[in-house]
Design a protein around this ligand. Structure first.
Ligand code: BGC
Length: 337
C-alpha cells in the first residue's frame, strides 16, 4: 500500500510502499484510512527534532490525526461494524504498564516508555490501511464525519480545558488563548461553550483568515495584548516566548496551561505572582478516552460553518508542500486518501 513517512537513514520525508497490515487478533479492526490531518508535530517530526520508527525499521509512517472507515472486525469485536467511521487515539500504553497506563490513562504515562502512532515507535495513518484494537477507536456519528479530523486535536484541548477548570478555584469567568492555529481556535470554542468570556491573541492581522474565523465564532480576536489578566490562559502557539508571556497574563487565582510549546523558555518566570496570587501553571499533552468522547459531543455542538472554515483538503501526494512548506492560512490541512 502507499504510505507517507520518514526515512531515518537518509533523513528524508517521502512516499513509499509498505505491506498492508492484517488482523492478527480477535479484538482488532482493519481500517481504510480516508483522511489524515497535518499538524505542528508532523512538521517537527519531518525536521527530525524528535520521533523514531518502530523497532528494527528505518521508516516511520506519519499521521496521527486520522479518520478511518471500518473494513473488517475481529471475531471478538462487538462495538464496531463494517462501514463505521472511527477516529483512533494516538498513544499506546507502556509495557509493563506504569500505574497511569494500568488504569487506562496512558496520556498520563509516568514511565515515558509509551509509544505514539505516527510519532514514537509505531506507524501512523498516512497510508491506505491501518489496524488497531477496537478499544483504541472512537466511533463518529455519520453527520460529523466531515469534520471528524478535528476530533484528535480537540481531544487534546478537551483534556487541557477540563484540567484548567478543575484547577481553578470556583467560577473562572474569563479566558485568554494565545495562538490562532487549530489548537488555539478549538480551545476558544471549548472555553466559550463552557460559558467563559474568551479572547484570542495571535500575531496575524485582524483581517487574516484565522482572525476572521475566530471572530465568526463570536470570540474576540486581539492582535495586541492589553494589560488585562484572565482567569484561564491557554498557550497554543508552540513558542516558548509566548509561553512565558502566557504566565504573565494570569489573574489572581489564574490557571495557565502550556499546551503548544514543547521547548524551554529563556526569561524571567513570574514566581512572585505565582506565589502571591495563588496561581497555577500546568502542562498538558495527549488525551484520555473520556476526552475523545467529549470531543465528539462538542463537535456536534459547535457551529458547522466555523468547523468547515478550519479545514482545507488536499491530495495524498501533496505531502511535501503541506509538511515542509509554509503554514497555510487555513489552520488544518487534511490529506484525502
Ligand atoms: C498529538 C498528541 C501527542 C503529542 C506529542 C500531538 O500532536 O496530538 O496526541 O501526544 O503530539 O507527541
Amino acid at each position: 500500500m502507499r504510505a507517507v513517512g520518514l526515512d531515518y537513514e537518509h533523513r528524508q520525508l517521502l512516499a513509499f510502499e509498505s505491506a498492508a497490515p492484517r488482523l492478527e487478533r480477535d479484538d482488532q479492526v482493519l481500517l481504510r484510512v480516508s483522511e489524515v490531518g497535518v499538524c505542528g508535530t508532523d512538521r517537527a517530526l519531518a525536521s527530525f527534532e524528535f520521533g523514531y520508527p518502530p523497532e528494527g525499521e528505518s521508516h516511520l509512517i506519519l499521521g496521527h490525526e486520522a479518520v478511518c472507515e471500518v473494513v473488517e472486525t475481529g471475531r471478538a469485536v462487538t462495538s464496531l461494524r463494517r462501514g463505521d467511521v472511527v477516529v483512533p487515539s494516538v498513544r499506546r500504553a507502556c509495557s509493563p504498564p506504569c500505574p497511569s497506563c494500568a488504569r487506562g490513562r496512558r496520556d498520563l504515562c509516568v514511565s515515558g516508555a509509551y509509544r505514539e502512532r505516527g510519532i514514537f515507535g509505531l506507524h501512523g495513518y498516512f497510508a491506505e490501511y491501518a489496524v488497531d484494537m477496537a478499544s483504541d477507536l472512537t466511533r463518529v456519528p455519520p453527520e460529523l464525519a466531515g469534520c471528524a479530523v478535528l476530533i484528535e486535536p480537540l481531544s487534546v484541548v478537551e483534556k487541557a480545558v477540563e484540567t484548567a477548570l478543575r484547577y481553578h478555584e470556583p467560577s473562572p469567568e474569563t479566558a485568554l488563548v494565545l495562538g490562532a492555529g487549530t489548537i488555539g481556535i478549538l480551545s476558544a470554542l471549548v472555553l466559550q461553550a463552557r460559558g467563559l468570556s474568551v479572547l484570542v491573541h495571535s500575531l496575524e492581522a485582524p483581517d487574516h483568515p484565522r482572525a476572521r474565523l475566530v471572530a465568526s465564532a463570536g470570540v474576540q480576536y486581539v492582535p495586541r495584548l492589553s494589560d488585562e489578566r484572565s482567569d484561564i490562559v491557554i498557550e497554543a502557539t508552540g513558542s516558548p516566548v509566548a509561553a512565558l508571556e502566557a504566565l504573565k497574563r494570569m489573574a489572581p487565582l489564574g490557571v495557565c496551561c502550556i499546551l503548544g510549546s514543547p521547548l524551554d523558555a529563556e526569561g524571567v518566570v513570574p514566581f512572585r505572582n505565582l506565589f502571591e496570587k495563588n496561581q497555577t501553571v500546568f502542562g498538558s499533552v495527549n488525551a484520555s478516552p473520556s476526552s475523545f468522547a467529549l470531543a465528539v459531543e462538542d463537535l456536534g455542538r459547535f457551529d458547522p460553518n466555523v468547523l468547515a472554515g478550519m479545514i482545507r483538503r488536499t491530495r495524498f501526494s501533496d505531502f511535501d508542500e503541506t509538511i515542509l512548506g509554509p503554514q497555510p492560512s487555513i489552520p488544518k490541512t487534511v490529506h484525502v486518501l
